[in-house]
Design a protein around this ligand. Structure first.
Ligand SMILES: Nc1ncnc2c1ncn2[C@@H]1O[C@H](COP(=O)(O)OP(=O)(O)OP(=O)(O)O)[C@@H](O)[C@H]1O
Ligand SMILES: [Mg+2]
Length: 255
Protein backbone atom coordinates (compact mmCIF):
# COMPACT_ATOMS: atom_id res chain seq x y z
CA UNK A 1 0.00 0.00 0.00
CA UNK A 2 1.44 3.34 -0.95
CA UNK A 3 0.53 6.96 -1.61
CA UNK A 4 2.69 9.30 -3.71
CA UNK A 5 2.85 12.99 -2.87
CA UNK A 6 4.46 15.74 -4.95
CA UNK A 7 5.86 18.62 -2.89
CA UNK A 8 5.47 21.55 -5.25
CA UNK A 9 5.14 25.32 -5.31
CA UNK A 10 5.39 26.99 -8.66
CA UNK A 11 7.78 29.58 -7.32
CA UNK A 12 11.43 28.76 -6.57
CA UNK A 13 13.01 28.85 -3.14
CA UNK A 14 9.80 28.47 -1.14
CA UNK A 15 11.25 25.53 0.80
CA UNK A 16 10.12 22.48 -1.19
CA UNK A 17 13.30 20.50 -0.61
CA UNK A 18 13.48 21.47 3.06
CA UNK A 19 9.81 20.53 3.47
CA UNK A 20 10.12 17.24 1.56
CA UNK A 21 12.85 15.97 3.87
CA UNK A 22 11.22 17.36 7.03
CA UNK A 23 7.85 15.79 6.24
CA UNK A 24 9.63 12.61 5.17
CA UNK A 25 11.44 12.31 8.48
CA UNK A 26 8.29 13.05 10.47
CA UNK A 27 6.27 10.49 8.48
CA UNK A 28 9.08 7.94 8.84
CA UNK A 29 8.15 7.53 12.52
CA UNK A 30 5.06 5.63 11.40
CA UNK A 31 5.60 4.73 7.73
CA UNK A 32 8.21 3.42 5.31
CA UNK A 33 9.11 6.62 3.45
CA UNK A 34 10.90 7.07 0.15
CA UNK A 35 12.04 10.56 -0.87
CA UNK A 36 12.84 11.07 -4.55
CA UNK A 37 14.56 14.15 -5.95
CA UNK A 38 12.33 14.70 -8.96
CA UNK A 39 13.88 18.14 -9.55
CA UNK A 40 16.25 16.57 -12.05
CA UNK A 41 17.40 19.86 -13.58
CA UNK A 42 18.22 21.68 -10.32
CA UNK A 43 18.66 18.82 -7.89
CA UNK A 44 19.14 19.78 -4.24
CA UNK A 45 18.14 16.85 -2.05
CA UNK A 46 21.71 15.55 -2.05
CA UNK A 47 22.97 18.76 -0.39
CA UNK A 48 20.22 18.65 2.25
CA UNK A 49 20.75 14.99 3.09
CA UNK A 50 24.54 14.55 3.19
CA UNK A 51 24.61 12.71 -0.14
CA UNK A 52 26.73 15.12 -2.18
CA UNK A 53 29.51 12.53 -2.64
CA UNK A 54 27.52 9.52 -3.80
CA UNK A 55 28.38 8.02 -7.14
CA UNK A 56 25.07 6.71 -8.42
CA UNK A 57 22.05 9.01 -8.53
CA UNK A 58 18.71 9.28 -10.28
CA UNK A 59 20.50 10.80 -13.29
CA UNK A 60 22.31 7.49 -13.96
CA UNK A 61 19.06 5.57 -13.45
CA UNK A 62 17.16 7.87 -15.84
CA UNK A 63 19.98 7.48 -18.37
CA UNK A 64 19.55 3.70 -18.24
CA UNK A 65 23.07 3.30 -16.81
CA UNK A 66 22.15 1.93 -13.36
CA UNK A 67 19.29 -0.01 -11.75
CA UNK A 68 16.95 1.92 -9.44
CA UNK A 69 18.22 0.09 -6.35
CA UNK A 70 21.72 1.46 -6.90
CA UNK A 71 20.47 5.02 -6.32
CA UNK A 72 18.51 4.34 -3.11
CA UNK A 73 20.30 5.39 0.11
CA UNK A 74 19.13 4.61 3.63
CA UNK A 75 19.45 7.97 5.42
CA UNK A 76 17.75 9.47 8.48
CA UNK A 77 15.27 6.60 8.64
CA UNK A 78 14.14 7.08 5.05
CA UNK A 79 15.04 5.71 1.62
CA UNK A 80 16.44 8.70 -0.24
CA UNK A 81 16.93 8.79 -4.02
CA UNK A 82 19.12 11.81 -4.75
CA UNK A 83 19.72 13.28 -8.18
CA UNK A 84 23.02 14.52 -9.58
CA UNK A 85 23.70 18.14 -10.43
CA UNK A 86 25.79 17.99 -13.61
CA UNK A 87 24.46 19.34 -16.86
CA UNK A 88 25.85 16.29 -18.68
CA UNK A 89 23.92 14.02 -16.31
CA UNK A 90 20.72 15.99 -16.90
CA UNK A 91 21.17 15.82 -20.65
CA UNK A 92 21.67 12.05 -20.62
CA UNK A 93 18.64 11.51 -18.36
CA UNK A 94 15.30 10.62 -19.93
CA UNK A 95 12.67 12.18 -17.61
CA UNK A 96 9.95 9.85 -18.86
CA UNK A 97 11.83 6.97 -17.17
CA UNK A 98 10.86 8.51 -13.82
CA UNK A 99 7.51 6.73 -14.23
CA UNK A 100 9.17 3.33 -14.18
CA UNK A 101 11.45 4.34 -11.30
CA UNK A 102 8.53 5.38 -9.10
CA UNK A 103 6.51 2.34 -10.16
CA UNK A 104 9.36 0.10 -9.02
CA UNK A 105 9.83 1.91 -5.70
CA UNK A 106 6.06 1.89 -5.03
CA UNK A 107 6.19 -1.84 -4.29
CA UNK A 108 8.62 -1.31 -1.40
CA UNK A 109 7.29 1.67 0.53
CA UNK A 110 4.22 3.30 2.18
CA UNK A 111 4.84 6.93 1.27
CA UNK A 112 6.59 8.42 -1.74
CA UNK A 113 7.54 12.09 -1.55
CA UNK A 114 8.57 13.69 -4.84
CA UNK A 115 10.60 16.87 -4.37
CA UNK A 116 9.41 18.85 -7.38
CA UNK A 117 10.92 21.50 -9.64
CA UNK A 118 9.95 25.14 -9.24
CA UNK A 119 8.44 25.88 -12.64
CA UNK A 120 5.74 24.12 -14.63
CA UNK A 121 7.26 24.96 -17.98
CA UNK A 122 8.66 21.65 -19.22
CA UNK A 123 7.72 17.99 -19.39
CA UNK A 124 10.17 17.02 -16.67
CA UNK A 125 8.98 19.87 -14.45
CA UNK A 126 5.30 18.92 -14.48
CA UNK A 127 5.91 15.20 -14.18
CA UNK A 128 5.75 14.91 -10.36
CA UNK A 129 2.47 16.84 -10.17
CA UNK A 130 0.98 14.79 -13.00
CA UNK A 131 2.04 11.46 -11.50
CA UNK A 132 1.37 11.97 -7.79
CA UNK A 133 -1.82 10.95 -6.01
CA UNK A 134 -1.85 14.26 -4.16
CA UNK A 135 0.20 17.42 -4.11
CA UNK A 136 1.43 19.34 -1.06
CA UNK A 137 1.69 23.00 -2.05
CA UNK A 138 4.47 24.95 -0.31
CA UNK A 139 3.70 28.65 -0.15
CA UNK A 140 5.15 31.82 1.19
CA UNK A 141 2.59 34.30 2.47
CA UNK A 142 2.93 36.63 -0.52
CA UNK A 143 0.59 37.29 -3.43
CA UNK A 144 3.00 36.03 -6.15
CA UNK A 145 3.61 32.81 -4.21
CA UNK A 146 -0.11 32.20 -3.67
CA UNK A 147 -0.79 32.91 -7.32
CA UNK A 148 1.87 30.42 -8.42
CA UNK A 149 0.53 27.90 -5.93
CA UNK A 150 -2.91 28.21 -7.47
CA UNK A 151 -1.40 27.41 -10.86
CA UNK A 152 0.05 24.23 -9.38
CA UNK A 153 -3.39 23.35 -8.02
CA UNK A 154 -5.00 24.00 -11.40
CA UNK A 155 -2.43 21.80 -13.05
CA UNK A 156 -2.91 19.07 -10.49
CA UNK A 157 -6.68 19.14 -10.98
CA UNK A 158 -6.32 18.88 -14.74
CA UNK A 159 -4.42 15.63 -14.30
CA UNK A 160 -6.59 14.17 -11.56
CA UNK A 161 -4.07 14.83 -8.77
CA UNK A 162 -5.63 15.85 -5.46
CA UNK A 163 -4.42 18.52 -3.04
CA UNK A 164 -3.33 17.11 0.33
CA UNK A 165 -2.88 20.55 1.81
CA UNK A 166 -0.98 23.80 1.77
CA UNK A 167 2.05 24.56 3.88
CA UNK A 168 3.17 28.12 4.58
CA UNK A 169 6.92 28.43 4.98
CA UNK A 170 9.29 31.28 5.83
CA UNK A 171 6.56 32.98 7.82
CA UNK A 172 7.73 36.11 9.63
CA UNK A 173 4.84 36.53 12.04
CA UNK A 174 2.21 33.96 13.04
CA UNK A 175 -0.48 36.58 13.68
CA UNK A 176 -0.10 38.27 10.32
CA UNK A 177 -0.22 34.96 8.50
CA UNK A 178 -3.50 33.88 10.14
CA UNK A 179 -5.46 36.27 7.91
CA UNK A 180 -3.62 35.01 4.84
CA UNK A 181 -4.19 31.32 5.62
CA UNK A 182 -7.91 31.89 6.20
CA UNK A 183 -8.21 33.58 2.83
CA UNK A 184 -6.00 31.04 1.08
CA UNK A 185 -8.13 28.15 2.34
CA UNK A 186 -11.02 29.55 0.30
CA UNK A 187 -9.04 29.08 -2.88
CA UNK A 188 -7.08 25.93 -2.17
CA UNK A 189 -8.70 22.52 -1.94
CA UNK A 190 -6.56 21.27 0.91
CA UNK A 191 -6.34 22.52 4.48
CA UNK A 192 -3.38 24.41 5.93
CA UNK A 193 -1.04 21.69 7.20
CA UNK A 194 1.26 24.08 9.04
CA UNK A 195 2.86 27.49 9.12
CA UNK A 196 6.63 27.21 9.41
CA UNK A 197 8.54 30.27 10.60
CA UNK A 198 11.57 31.83 8.96
CA UNK A 199 14.31 30.38 11.13
CA UNK A 200 18.08 30.22 11.52
CA UNK A 201 17.73 26.53 12.43
CA UNK A 202 16.54 25.79 8.88
CA UNK A 203 19.48 27.61 7.32
CA UNK A 204 21.94 25.94 9.70
CA UNK A 205 20.57 22.49 8.85
CA UNK A 206 21.05 23.17 5.16
CA UNK A 207 24.63 24.32 5.76
CA UNK A 208 25.32 21.17 7.78
CA UNK A 209 23.91 19.01 4.98
CA UNK A 210 21.36 17.45 7.30
CA UNK A 211 17.55 17.52 7.26
CA UNK A 212 16.04 19.96 9.75
CA UNK A 213 14.50 17.20 11.88
CA UNK A 214 17.91 15.57 12.30
CA UNK A 215 19.84 18.79 12.85
CA UNK A 216 17.46 20.70 15.12
CA UNK A 217 14.69 18.30 16.21
CA UNK A 218 13.63 20.51 19.11
CA UNK A 219 13.31 23.71 17.05
CA UNK A 220 9.99 25.43 16.39
CA UNK A 221 10.06 24.76 12.61
CA UNK A 222 10.78 21.06 13.24
CA UNK A 223 7.73 20.93 15.53
CA UNK A 224 5.57 22.57 12.87
CA UNK A 225 6.66 20.03 10.28
CA UNK A 226 5.77 17.22 12.70
CA UNK A 227 2.31 18.80 13.10
CA UNK A 228 1.96 19.00 9.32
CA UNK A 229 2.87 15.33 8.95
CA UNK A 230 0.31 14.42 11.64
CA UNK A 231 -2.37 16.26 9.61
CA UNK A 232 -1.64 14.11 6.57
CA UNK A 233 -3.66 10.94 6.51
CA UNK A 234 -1.77 8.70 4.17
CA UNK A 235 -4.09 6.64 2.02
CA UNK A 236 -3.61 2.94 1.50
CA UNK A 237 -3.63 2.64 -2.25
CA UNK A 238 -2.69 -0.75 -3.68
CA UNK A 239 0.96 -0.63 -4.74
CA UNK A 240 0.11 -2.35 -8.03
CA UNK A 241 -2.47 0.33 -8.85
CA UNK A 242 0.00 3.13 -8.16
CA UNK A 243 2.69 1.35 -10.17
CA UNK A 244 0.32 0.79 -13.11
CA UNK A 245 -0.77 4.40 -13.06
CA UNK A 246 2.82 5.62 -13.09
CA UNK A 247 3.79 3.29 -15.90
CA UNK A 248 0.82 4.29 -18.03
CA UNK A 249 0.72 8.02 -17.30
CA UNK A 250 0.65 10.24 -20.35
CA UNK A 251 3.03 13.13 -19.91
CA UNK A 252 1.75 16.38 -21.37
CA UNK A 253 3.64 17.68 -24.41
CA UNK A 254 5.18 21.06 -23.75
CA UNK A 255 7.87 23.07 -25.38
N1 LIG B 1 11.74 28.37 7.17
C1 LIG B 1 12.92 28.76 6.67
N2 LIG B 1 13.70 29.65 7.37
C2 LIG B 1 14.89 30.02 6.89
N3 LIG B 1 15.42 29.59 5.74
C3 LIG B 1 14.69 28.72 5.01
C4 LIG B 1 13.42 28.26 5.44
N4 LIG B 1 12.94 27.38 4.51
C5 LIG B 1 13.88 27.31 3.56
N5 LIG B 1 14.93 28.11 3.85
C6 LIG B 1 16.17 28.28 3.07
O1 LIG B 1 15.82 28.78 1.80
C7 LIG B 1 16.60 28.15 0.79
C8 LIG B 1 15.66 27.47 -0.20
O2 LIG B 1 15.04 26.38 0.46
P1 LIG B 1 14.74 25.04 -0.34
O3 LIG B 1 15.97 24.61 -1.07
O4 LIG B 1 14.12 24.08 0.60
O5 LIG B 1 13.65 25.62 -1.34
P2 LIG B 1 13.11 25.00 -2.71
O6 LIG B 1 11.71 25.45 -2.85
O7 LIG B 1 13.37 23.55 -2.75
O8 LIG B 1 14.04 25.75 -3.75
P3 LIG B 1 14.15 25.43 -5.35
O9 LIG B 1 12.94 26.03 -5.98
O10 LIG B 1 15.42 26.12 -5.72
O11 LIG B 1 14.20 23.93 -5.48
C9 LIG B 1 17.56 27.20 1.51
O12 LIG B 1 18.80 27.83 1.68
C10 LIG B 1 16.87 26.95 2.82
O13 LIG B 1 17.79 26.66 3.86
MG1 LIG C 1 14.35 22.38 -4.16
Amino acid sequence: MVEAFAVASGKGGTGKTTSTLALGMALADSHDVTVIDADTGMANVLFHAGLADVETTLHEVLAGEAPVEAAVYDRFGMDVVPCGTSLAGFERADPTRLREVVATLAAETDVILLDSPAALGSRSAVLPVVLADRVIVVLQPTVPSLSDGLKVQEYARTYGTGVAGILFNRVADDEDVAAVTTKAERYFEGETLATVPESDAVRAARRAGRPLLAHAPGSTPAGRYREAAAELTVRDIASDDVADRFRNAVIPEQS
